[in-house]
Design a protein around this ligand. Structure first.
Ligand SMILES: [Fe+2]
Length: 236
């Protein structure tokens, strides 16, 4: 396993970096899609998310979604939002792998162990407290949503189509940008609830993984996404 980590770690150095981190640029990503490198060293989220999990998650799982998406989509110049706007008409392979690629690209970007990023900016804190009662209540509700999700999926904090913050969950690799999900909106925070995201370290303790997740949230980035999400409109 150590050798695998070494090989995967080296391969990270060869990947392109995602140059734009705006939410709009993630939505506008176009085919053929490519895997960008993690925006930080794989061990930098320790001890809350271990290096080996990060390497396998990024280099094998995420890479797998990118490869399968390109193989099944075949066309060039198709944007992520083109796919999500007609997700209900896409094949399962395109839908699942497009979701897999977008969700993970987004996920890496909202994580950090940099202290200056781990503090929630006041404006976001205020809106979260006004919406959910308090930041503590928001975190409890978010964790509960992850706990009650049956099987694999994602828990999200979104700005819904009415412009309000809302917690929602999606199964598999679905996300709130897709045209046929129960609650649509712009993701500003997401937690991967697939076992591959936590099983090596947390085994079956999903709740523990989720409660530790708060230690690695890049609130600075989430706040940027929150502000940007006010101007992004979903096609009906
Ligand atoms: Fe994942």
């Amino acid at each position: 396993m150590k050798l695998l980590s070494l090989v995967l770690g080296f391969s990270l150095l060869l990947l392109p970096h995602l140059s734009h981190a705006s939410l709009q640029s993630l939505i506008d990503l176009k085919s053929p899609f490519e895997l960008s490198s993690l925006p930080y060293p794989a061990n930098s989220l320790e001890p809350f998310i271990d290096s080996e999990t990060m390497l396998i998650h990024h280099d094998l799982h995420h890479q797998g979604y990118v490869k399968a998406l390109n193989e099944n989509l075949k066309k060039k110049g198709v944007s992520m939002m083109d796919i999500f706007n007609s997700a209900s008409q896409k094949s399962e392979k395109v839908r699942n792998n497009a979701g897999g690629h977008w969700n993970h690209t987004f996920f890496w970007d909202i994580l950090s162990r940099d202290e200056s990023s781990n503090t929630m900016p006041k404006s976001l804190e205020k809106e979260i407290a006004e919406t959910f009662g308090s930041v503590k209540k928001f975190k409890t509700d978010f964790e509960a949503k992850g706990k009650e999700l049956f099987g694999s999926g994602w828990v999200w904090l979104i700005r819904n189509t009415k412009g309000r913050l809302e917690i929602t969950a999606t199964p598999n690799q679905d996300n709130p940008l897709m045209n046929d999900v129960l609650v649509r909106g712009i993701p500003i925070l997401g937690a991967d609830i697939w076992e591959h995201a936590y099983y090596l370290k947390y085994r079956n303790e999903r709740v523990k993984y989720l409660s530790n997740f708060w230690n690695v949230v890049n609130w600075k980035r989430v706040n940027e996404y929150s502000e940007e999400s006010r101007d992004i409109k979903l096609k009906q």
